[in-house]
Ligand binder design. Sequence first.
Ligand SMILES: Cc1cc2nc3c(=O)[nH]c(=O)nc-3n(C[C@H](O)[C@H](O)[C@H](O)COP(=O)(O)O)c2cc1C
Length: 509
Amino acid sequence: MRKEFFIYGVILFILSLAAHFLFKTSLLIALFIFFLLIIGFFNSRQHKHTILRNFPVLGYFRYMFEEIAPEIQQYFIERTTDGKPFSRNERSLAYRRAKNVSDTTPFGTQLDINNSSYEGLKHSIFPTKVNPELPRVMIGGEDCKQPYSASLLNISAMSFGSLSENAIVALNKGAQKGNFYHNTGEGGLTEYHLQGADVCWQIGTGYFGCRDDRGDFDGGKFAEKANFPEVKMIELKLSQGAKPGHGGVLPAAKNTEEIAKIRGVLPHIEILSPPSHSAFDSPKGLVQFIARLRELSNGKPVGFKLCIGQTEEFEAICQEMMDQNCYPDFITVDGAEGGTGAAPLEFSDGVGMPLEPALIFVNKTLIRLNIRDKMRIICSGKIISGHAILKAIALGADLCNSARGFMFSLGCIQALRCNTNKCPVGVATQDRMLEKGLVVSDKFERVYNFHKNTLHAANELLAAAGKSNYEEVDVSIFMRGDEFTHLSDLYFPNNLTNVTTHLKKKEGY
Ligand SMILES: Cc1cc2nc3c(=O)[nH]c(=O)nc-3n(C[C@H](O)[C@H](O)[C@H](O)COP(=O)(O)O)c2cc1C
């Protein structure tokens, strides 16, 4: 291809020059072709990009299309039920709720509800009245001195660094208006998290904001911030669903001077939080550390977040809690389907337990050990609708967090650029120009609306199930598509026989 490029290129160049002298056409055409020839010459000699060596100019189109592939997919190819991780239907539901416009859909479901992935609520013939109040849950066990009344839906951990300053401020102000909490993420508690909302301060393995010079946990620094009035809860991060066992990743492009200062690291380099904590390395140490955090925060609710992997390890932690008679106030269960700013594909696609089995496992383990009432279960993993909230509660959660749902409310278009610093809507970037597109005064209202309307939808579903409060909800109120196909032989013939007999009797046969 190189040979052809230069042969045709030189011919075109000579022809355009001739046309200029003979027919007075613009010299710019010849200059442009010459310019392409120069680029082609250098590309054909470089060793880094094979495609450009072989196709010295056309090769650029491949890079260009590759760059805009997510947009092409989303704008021209994706159907309403397609789109990963969130379908177009799911995203537009979040947008409409955030904008406070009609969230109804026309003409009926677009899902194939006769297959095994269908999940339906078993509604009641006698629905209850929809509660106009948004539900709340008390968090704080026996050792907690400052229990906290949390909303049923809150903002999941996302750091300043991963998200922009405007995004964090809009989330925080929205949470303040809607009276729900805002989890800081592991990047530390910053001034942008202190705009008035209730805060859950997350401590990760990097101990950002409470680390000493060696990067280890510093109790003094922790105590100072943990006692801020905005900090209502402390969450110790053991792992996160999108990359369990890996640790946090802040790409170099997003590690600005300001962020590096907040985190106590060098700027403009990739920041990897270690996979494990240096403050403890066993279930015993973890439980002792929880007690220490609670003491240093003067009895605020303390819990830990994890994605379930080896189930026996979780059981060992529970055993240790019982041995020490020391319990966290909450456990946050993150599903392997969870989101992230940046993670290796192997970890996102192939590590950890999805939310559904993880919730069932954690809930049942705590019940089996008779310690379920000691703590709350918070969960996260694609919870962006009332249906998802109710299902999580049915599987054992007490309350939910959402990360990407709130990102959608800020205007996230699922451009899949969080790890490049090029988020086109200014949500997951540190680029000041892009960030300017996100107007806090508009977006905080959307954060508030998304929360309010999504919880209202959950209340409506609760009422449709004939329940008056979330404590009455258990797994029996949901059905799976394959229940019909697998169980029809067992159940329906008898029922139909009964119906037929009943009808026959009634009609005097
Ligand atoms: C941009 C981004 C940044 C995140 N940062 C953190 C973090 O700092 N700490 C953490 O525990 N989880 C982090 N998460 C995971 C979320 O808190 C949440 O557990 C996960 O995305 C599942 O919720 P979702 O499905 O509602 O997004 C992040 C997620 C996203 C999308």
